[in-house]
Design a protein around this ligand. Structure first.
Ligand SMILES: Nc1ncnc2c1ncn2[C@@H]1O[C@H](COP(=O)(O)OP(=O)(O)OP(=O)(O)O)[C@@H](O)[C@H]1O
Ligand SMILES: [Mg+2]
Length: 259
């Protein structure tokens, strides 16, 4: 199963990605969690201690050079567009209780369209994880879906769009849905986070009836506190864990039902 998580900044993508990774690991699946957000903080949502040193793949200069044949940061030279990546999850991930975390890091200069050795390596790695890995892959993404290209979108079983009550993230969700359709992702699901009242929940659902609803996560001071104190929300609040479980089960149900 390959799950990508997107949504407007601050809606709770990382909180939910980290918790889903914990849920699947608890169920006995082998999980690869991919932090594809340049401002990476999935580690703490999974519960990896903050002291753990994590070097993002995009900063592994020797690895990039060895695999692509070019110095990172160089533009316009010759380098391999399909570098070897299949050993990277084993060798360069940080592990915690059945979860292997890969932190992609950011590629400076030129943004998503940049064709440089480090972006070639990241792209190849993400393609590999989506196309060939037999693990549950959970990707914490930005709103823009930059990392998903046409060739890999097919392998994403579910794109979960997270929204919170309020119009801004709802608008972003609509944009994400459009982008997803353009690159060929059909299975798009909605999770409504930070819900305080039934009324709020119904309002958001009504505005996004076009996206299959999976479930809600209630607003919780304990979840917020876990983030501030640097531990996983999954260890913070049993009601939150139940909501995450409900979402994961609903996802499984909806994925087997014909759309
Ligand atoms: N259900 C919730 N109840 C209370 N606070 C929450 C809840 N979900 C997330 N938060 C808090 O909201 C903030 C943003 O959450 P998170 O980092 O998961 O969002 P994000 O979408 O990944 O943000 P970014 O776009 O910056 O990566 C954090 O402080 C987090 O603890
Ligand atoms: Mg985040």
């Amino acid at each position: 199963m390959k799950i990508a998580i997107a949504g407007k900044g601050g809606v709770g993508k990382t909180t939910i990605a980290g918790s889903l990774a914990r849920y699947y690991a608890d169920k006995g699946y082998r999980v690869i969690a991919v932090d594809a957000d340049p401002d990476a903080n999935l580690a703490s949502a999974i519960g990896i201690p903050s002291e753990t040193e994590i070097v993002p793949i995009s900063k592994m200069k020797d690895l990039i050079k060895e695999r692509t044949g070019a110095e990172p940061g160089t533009i316009g030279g010759f380098f391999k567009l399909n570098p070897k990546v299949d050993d990277i999850p084993d060798r360069f991930s940080v592990q915690k209780d059945g979860i292997r975390l890969l932190v992609m890091g950011s590629v400076e200069h030129g943004g998503s369209g940049c064709v440089c050795p480090e972006s070639a390596l990241l792209r190849a790695l993400i393609s590999h994880l989506l196309l060939e890995s037999d693990e549950v892959v959970i990707m914490d993404m930005e709103a823009g879906l930059e990392h998903l290209g046409r060739g890999t979108a097919d392998s994403v079983n579910a794109l979960i769009v997270v929204v919170e009550p309020g119009l801004k993230s709802i608008q972003t969700a609509k944009t994400i849905k459009k982008l997803a359709r353009e690159i060929g992702i059909e299975k798009i699901f909605l999770v409504i986070n930070k819900v305080k009242t039934e009324e709020e929940l119904d309002q958001v659902k009504e505005k996004l009836i076009e996206i299959s609803y999976l479930g809600k996560v209630s607003y919780s001071d304990k979840v917020l506190k876990s983030d501030i104190e640097g531990f996983s929300p999954y260890d913070a609040n049993s009601d939150f864990v139940l909501e995450i479980e409900r979402i994961a089960r609903e996802l499984e149900t909806q994925l087997v039902e014909p759309a």
